[in-house]
Design a protein around this ligand. Structure first.
Ligand SMILES: [Zn+2]
Ligand SMILES: [Zn+2]
Length: 344
């Protein structure tokens, strides 16, 4: 089968690899019908050290179940399923508490030897706990939006939940990538009255406005903090949805939070320390977040997509086949494309 492998920064190849197969009785093997390239794939694309074996890439997909192990009882062959970016057993205490990304059997696709989803097929550990069957056919018109449930829509929602977005409150979204845009949808969905999007790409900001952003701030650093204060009667916002992961964006996030407010961070941190400790302390600002438990959010988010209330699939502005994946990375890294959909 064909799959995407990254060998070093800027070197992404689509190659023949061994076929996906059942290894453990709790596994399924799925055929990938839709996958995509993530903003987080751009970190190794920019900085990965050379590797002889390479890294299998991709962690977001819609799939059709082709085969199941002897212990799989809920997932059936032929099911059309969402593959969350992490696998989880569905049975441990953390899974029951709605935090499957802390599962005692968690693993992240496209990492640590687990195969990636920018491929024709892949093996899914703990298939019953991980996969989520969809009530639609594999070529349903809603596929782009359904695909976002495997990561970016659930991740934007997580930022909104952790930052305590609530009706009538003020929110700001730091970052205008696909996660930031989905975070705008999530803030609107949870009733925020004012939603400030912070970014500087005109096409993305236009989509953010369509998704419900009420204000745009394109300044950075201290100027951005000043501008948000102007827009919020000098107070700052109750909820900050941090969707970038840089030290500078985190510092801005804390700088624009209202005393007593919260920052929900979902951008994979590219720094080892959280900046802004002093203002966060004296403002009693809660800082939380982490890998989004997207599997646990599916019950809540799926009906909104099926019934047309939200359209997160509009973040995809380019579609490629598997052979187009290397150029898809380039297009996203060059900011030519917001997010690339892959049809293997
Ligand atoms: Zn992702
Ligand atoms: Zn678990």
């Amino acid at each position: 089968m064909r799959a995407t492998v990254m060998y070093r920064a800027g070197d992404v190849r689509v190659e023949d690899v061994p076929d996906a197969r059942i290894v453990d009785p709790a596994d399924a093997v799925v055929r990938v019908t839709r996958a995509c390239i993530c903003g987080s794939d751009l970190w190794p694309y920019a900085s990965m050290e050379p590797s002889d074996s390479g890294e299998s890439m991709g962690h977001e997909a819609i799939c059709v179940v082709e085969d199941i192990g002897s212990q799989v009882s809920m997932i059936k062959r032929g099911d059309v399923v969402v593959m969350p970016f992490a696998h989880s057993d569905g049975t441990c205490a953390y899974c029951h508490e709605g935090l499957p990304t802390a599962c005692v059997h968690v693993g992240f696709f496209g990492n640590n030897g687990l195969n990636g989803a920018q491929a024709e097929a892949l093996r899914i550990p703990y298939a019953d706990g991980t996969l989520y069957p969809l009530p639609v056919g594999e070529d349903d018109a809603l596929m782009p939006s359904l695909l976002t449930l495997s990561d970016v829509m659930g991740t934007g929602h997580h930022a909104a939940v952790v930052s305590k977005v609530a009706p009538g409150k003020r929110a700001a979204v730091v970052g205008d990538g696909a996660v930031g845009l989905c975070a705008v949808i999530a803030a609107k969905r949870l009733g925020a009255e004012q939603i400030i999007i912070m970014g500087r790409h005109p096409d993305r900001l236009a989509l953010a406005r369509e998704y419900g952003a009420t204000d745009v701030v394109s300044e950075r650093g201290e100027e951005a903090v000043e501008r948000v204060r102007e827009l919020t009667g000098g107070e700052g916002v109750h909820s900050v949805l941090e969707c970038v992961g840089h030290g500078a964006s985190m510092e801005t996030a804390i700088g624009i939070a209202r005393p007593g407010g919260a920052v929900g961070r979902v951008g994979v941190p590219q720094h080892t320390e959280i900046p802004g400790s002093f203002p966060a302390f004296f403002g009693n600002i809660t800082v939380g977040g982490g890998p989004a438990p997207v599997r646990a959010y599916l019950d809540e988010l799926l009906p909104d997509i099926l019934e047309g209330r939200i359209e997160p699939g509009r973040v995809f502005d380019r579609t490629v086949g598997l052979d187009g994946v290397p150029d898809g990375y380039r297009a996203m890294a060059d900011r030519e494309s917001i997010k690339v959909l892959v049809t293997p």
